[in-house]
Design a protein around this ligand. Sequence first.
Ligand code: NDP
Length: 294
Amino acid sequence: MTTFAFLGLGAMGAPMATHLAKHAHAHGHRTLVWNRTTTKAEAHASEHGSEVATLAQAARADFIFTCLPTSAEVDEVLNAMQPHLRPRAVWIDCTSGHPAAAVRQAGQLAAADVTFLDAPVSGGTAGAQAGRLTVMVGGDPSALAAARPHLAFAGKVEHVGRTGAGFAVKAVNNALLGVTLWATGEGLAVLGRAGVNLEAALSVINASSGRSNASENLIPQRVLTREFPPTFALGLLAKDAGIAVDLTQSVQGSAPVLAQVAALLRGAQRVVGAAADHTAALKLIETMNDQELR
Ligand code: NDP
């Protein structure tokens, strides 16, 4: 019997752990769950047949999954679990973490004969609920081969390179999300001030070369409706863009547009709040232009 542990039952982690528990149940395996707020783990156990565990118990699992806000929280649980880890286990970190932290954490875990894979995900809460997430993995390919059959929450799984490469790809992907979201917001604010109907403008842009996920989905569904449903926090997107800036520095690259969007998202976070949905960043553009996007 294989034992899985899933740590961090947030907006992403809870539905991911649900797919893992279903997979475990179907194959006669066990799923342990841990969450800082224990009531969420208890609710998951009673609804999905997982088992509530302490960090020490979770550390004995064969496959340990984490989905926490940042690498700093992963450090906290890793340090607490280190003395209890099972040799030859695989730690799959689905946090959108920091590439430098991945290298450090992989080294720390190697001392306990545990292999670390950075395996952040994309697809949002809808993708997590559908079990169709894209997983970008850095680290040992043979550890990924062992883990692959158990990535029950995944649609696409891609090995992107050595340790830290998964986090690097995720950070750049989300910086690009920030760029398209922000730039499309700017463009629409200007068009709004020019008296153009924004739904008509988006209809044209979405049939033209300016389209993106921001123009096709995020802005029409979340901004123009004024709903801003909080599925992916602005503070987390600002964190991701900041990691892309750190990555740029670490390779002595030149990426001024990514740096600028990181600064803009951080500023928007200060103004509208870290917990607001990431699309609420456009409220700052609205203020800058005295133009509501509706
Ligand atoms: P949430 O804020 O919904 O959940 C965060 C989770 O981390 C909760 O389980 C929370 O526990 C736990 N946590 C927070 N602080 C600590 C701590 N100090 N120690 C232990 N546990 C802690 O975040 P998401 O699920 O949205 O995001 C998780 C990761 O996935 C992030 O790295 C994010 O960037 C990434 N991501 C998010 C996507 C999204 O659409 N939301 C899409 C793709 C990636 P508690 O319940 O006690 O608060």
